[in-house]
Design a protein around this ligand. Structure first.
Ligand code: NAD
Length: 504
């Protein structure tokens, strides 16, 4: 420890303590970084010299962490201007830093997020952070050029400025990290309001990111976060005139709130992805993919397989293959016992709410926990619980985000497509088919109109894991931008030179 302590670090620590005493609400929870962020060291020639942002911004928050949402927006706006001065090379450097840090801190931060949220699986939390390397960066923004008799026109992808970002409990640090990569690639700064049940780990990561960015580029507060996040801080961000765009990742409530805010919003909303198995493709591969996708992070992924419709003649074979690949089959009375534990109110009876309320104590929990709630003991290493239900079962209709997968027999592909569409609720999020029949694929694709439609793979193939394509944890379904990437966070600006500049 003593080897890393230096004058600047001591100054930073003192400033932070003073900031907390003077500028931060006494009621704000104090979080401690899991490890010390990179110490600002004059010996490396950058931090003291490059830290150019105003003393005003530094006195309000520290390394991007703010108690006041409006102050966070102001500081982010200053950072946006500094990023603009740092040019494309500056953006590229920030993106490299975030990716490197996420890779290096994957295990530590995976543990931190799991300890705070108590949902999901450590191995997958680690993978989600390591996978940030696959998020596209500055290279994604190729301008569009036109050259003709009347000169040259260039359309460029320009930043908005400050973006207000809301992140979910299901992947708090991964969503924040990939949002930063995409938003900063495009030249923006960001202010985050994390989920109240998953914000401490996000604050730790944000503080670390900002300290590293300051260390390398001298830019303060590029990715700000409000601590603690509240509905009031969401409203303040949504109303702040320096915030030009919102990006929300979450369920129906936050999507509705963002759309009602009057600000332009990119909404990565809820899903309830169905899978159709028509028996024309390899059932063993279908089962392997389904178990992998639905068990991933204990089925917390919005793209994860949430219900399966299988043609009747192939039902038994598929069930056996699912069991072979690590699923445990519950009988109907165990399913009903689990349903009673998993949903707090039956439909229509939840205090003015038309939906049943999912029991948060079971969301993202290990299969053993669900099995206990179902009154059964399962073998160690079980990946997923499965069981036969009807198409109108509560487990089919609700996005439950727990490792139980209802399997439904259907008599025809047409019936399976109709049932899939109903279960998907028009979210236009994700759907999967296991088939070698092009007409069946086309029928399902056309009927469901989902943002992601995966054929013969797990849901993760839709994010480039096992399929082609780039990744992101914000999939803008509701507003239609698709899997977020740097271009999602840009304004298109056209520059026209009349009659000149062509080289022939
Ligand atoms: P959630 O909706 O409870 O919370 C998401 C975020 O929105 C949190 O930061 C929360 O504090 C905030 N929020 C919720 N209601 C709000 C309101 N009325 N006003 C302002 N802010 C509000 O969701 P969650 O449990 O954290 O995450 C799971 C949900 O998110 C699922 O529905 C899942 O499908 C969806 N999700 C979607 C994507 C995607 O890319 N489309 C990615 C991850 C999760």
């Amino acid at each position: 420890m003593s080897a890393t302590v230096n004058e600047t670090l001591i100054r930073d620590v003192v400033a932070e303590v003073l900031g907390r005493l003077g500028g931060v609400s006494a009621t704000a929870p104090v979080t401690t970084p899991a490890t010390a962020p990179p110490a600002a060291s004059p010996a490396c020639g950058c931090p003291a010299g490059k830290a150019t942002s105003s003393a005003k911004a530094a006195s309000r928050g520290k390394f991007g962490v703010f108690a006041d949402a409006n102050e966070a927006c102001e500081a982010a706006h200053e950072a946006y201007q500094q990023l603009s001065d740092a040019g494309v090379a500056g953006r590229r450097k920030v993106v490299e830093l975030i990716k490197e840090i996420c890779y290096a801190k994957a295990e530590e931060w995976g543990r931190l997020e799991l300890a705070e949220t108590k949902i999901g699986r450590l191995d997958h939390k680690i993978e989600k952070l390591q996978g940030q390397r696959g998020i596209p960066g500055v290279e994604f923004l190729n301008p569009y050029g036109l050259s003709g008799d009347h000169g040259i026109t260039l359309e460029e992808y320009a930043p908005f400025g400050v973006i207000g970002a809301i992140t979910p409990s299901t992947h708090s640090i991964p969503t924040m990290a990939c949002n930063i990569i995409s938003m900063v690639s495009a030249g923006n700064a960001a202010v985050f309001n994390a989920h109240p049940g998953a914000y401490q780990c996000a604050v730790t990561a944000a503080r670390y990111f900002n300290q590293a960015i300051r260390h390398e580029l001298g830019i303060e507060n590029l990715a700000c976060i409000v601590e603690p996040p509240t509905l009031e801080s969401f409203n303040a961000i949504a109303k702040n005139e320096l915030v030009k765009l919102l990006c929300v990742t979450g369920g129906p409530g936050v999507v509705q709130a963002a759309m009602a805010s009057g600000k332009r919003a990119i909404c990565a909303g809820p899903g309830n992805p169905p899978v159709l198995v028509d028996g024309t493709s390899c059932l063993d591969n279908a089962a392997k993919c389904i178990v992998f996708g639905a068990a991933y992070d204990n089925n917390l992924l919005c793209i994860g397989e949430k219900e399966v419709f299988v043609l009747e003649p192939h039902f038994d074979k598929l069930m056996a293959a699912l069991e072979k690949h690590g699923a445990y089959r519950l009988n109907s009375s165990q399913i009903e016992t689990l349903a009673k534990a998993a949903f707090v109110f039956p439909p229509g009876q939840g205090a003015g709410c038309p939906h049943p309320v999912v029991n948060r104590d079971l969301i993202g929990k290990d299969p053993e926990v669900l099995a206990k709630a179902a009154g059964v003991t399962i073998p160690r290493g079980t990946q997923l619980l499965i069981g036969e239900t009807t198409a109108d079962h509560i487990f089919v209709e609700e996005e439950q985000m727990m490792p139980f997968l209802p399997i439904v027999r259907v008599k025809s592909v047409a019936e399976g497509v109709v049932a899939s569409k109903k279960a998907e609720h028009g979210y236009k999020h994700s759907a999967m088919i296991h088939s070698h029949d092009v007409s069946n694929m086309t029928a399902m694709g056309k009927a469901l109109e989902t943002t992601l439609f995966i054929k013969n793979g797990s849901c993760l193939a839709g994010l480039g894991a096992g399929g082609e394509g780039y990744s992101n944890f914000s999939i803008a379904t509701t507003t239609g931008e698709g899997i977020c990437n740097p271009r999602t966070f840009t304004r298109v600006r056209r520059c026209v030179m009349v009659d000149k500049l062509r080289i022939f």
